[in-house]
Write a protein that binds this ligand. Structure first.
Ligand code: NAP
Length: 289
């Protein structure tokens, strides 16, 4: 049975770092970090996630403000709201709650967030900085996966790393981050599955990261003995949360495996809070100059 790579201990360590940052900031500048979640519509799932962020933020001394826009808001109105938040010196970080209704262009709205307030790391400038190895804010989930992998003590260089899923917030940035560590990176996606090649690639993975959102897509028997398995997938079925990997069978073969829930999720939120605290500290020190 592999070792469980739980998110809670790492999240707790990051929380401590954030509390130290926030305490120092309050002492030096007389105020703490504030971020705003821009939410369109009031879907129950999105609201639950926002409440969760608020709760963690409060625990760390960070203030979270929510701006809710009506479901049928126009694209220009959302962009105007983002510009207002960019220009509001009391707001240090901006989160655009996804998914947006289909009539809105998510990428165009995200590109309007000021890069220095882009605590989710999804602005084109911050994404581009990953290629240039010139760290800005990196997408929190990709960052969470890297930090969890580091917890195992793995030497990345030369390792066969397979990522399933190539989204802009997880698979693609992660591929670049693993490349920087000299892993040999393979990125699988729907085309890989349609060509019947997913199993072959997964079987070769010494580091396997799955970020798809399809429960049990990855069969336990495909896992290479001794592999490190990070399951990013989250799907709610009948009130329960499931990942993308057949956990029980995979855990028998893996050296390390993340649980779902309780793996990548808490670390992602902790990193988001660390980004808010760092954004706030940078903005305060610039204001003082
Ligand atoms: P996404 O944008 O929908 O991307 C899913 C990816 O999976 C796409 O690259 C897609 O390829 C690929 N894919 C779909 N079906 C596939 C199949 N049968 N075989 C191989 N690849 C397939 O999703 P995302 O935002 O990256 O999120 C992925 C999952 O992670 C979701 O379950 C999400 O809820 C979860 N998530 C968790 C956290 C966390 O903190 N734990 C954070 C973010 C996301 P094509 O685009 O080519 O179809």
């Amino acid at each position: 049975m592999g070792q469980l790579l739980a998110g809670a201990p790492l999240a707790a360590k990051i929380h401590d770092e954030v509390i130290t940052l926030v305490t120092a900031m309050k002492k030096r500048y007389g105020r703490g970090p504030v971020f705003c979640v821009a939410q369109v519509g009031d879907s129950k799932e999105a609201s639950l996630y926002v409440e969760f962020q608020k709760k963690i933020a409060a625990k760390l001394g960070i203030e979270c403000i929510v701006r809710t826009l009506p479901e049928m808001v126009k694209q220009e109105e959302v962009i105007a709201e983002i510009h207002a938040l960019n220009n509001d010196a009391s707001i240090n970080g901006i989160i655009l709650q996804l998914p947006l209704p289909v009539h809105l262009n998510t990428a165009r709205i995200q590109a309007n967030i000021a890069p220095h307030k882009d605590v989710e790391g999804i602005h084109p400038e911050n994404l581009g900085r990953i290629i240039l190895k010139n760290a800005g804010f990196t997408p929190c989930t990709a960052c969470a996966v890297m930090e969890l992998l580091q917890q195992t003590g793995v030497a990345f260089s030369g390792k066969e790393a397979v990522i399933v899923g190539h989204s802009g917030i997880v698979g693609k940035p992660l591929a670049l981050m693993l490349l920087d560590k000299l892993s040999t990176v393979t990125v699988c996606h729907i085309g890989t599955t349609q060509a019947g090649n997913l199993e072959k690639h997964v079987r070769s993975a010494e580091i396997l990261v799955v970020a798809v959102g399809k429960p049990n897509l990855i069969k336990g028997e495909w896992i290479k003995p001794g592999a490190i398995v990070v399951d990013v997938g989250i799907t709610c079925i009948g009130g329960k949360v499931a990942g993308d990997v057949e956990f029980e069978a995979a855990a028998k073969r893996a050296a390390f495996i993340t649980p779902v829930p309780g793996g990548v999720g808490p670390v992602t939120v902790a990193i988001l809070m660390r980004n808010v605290a760092q954004a706030a500290r940078l903005q305060c020190s610039k204001e003082k100059q």
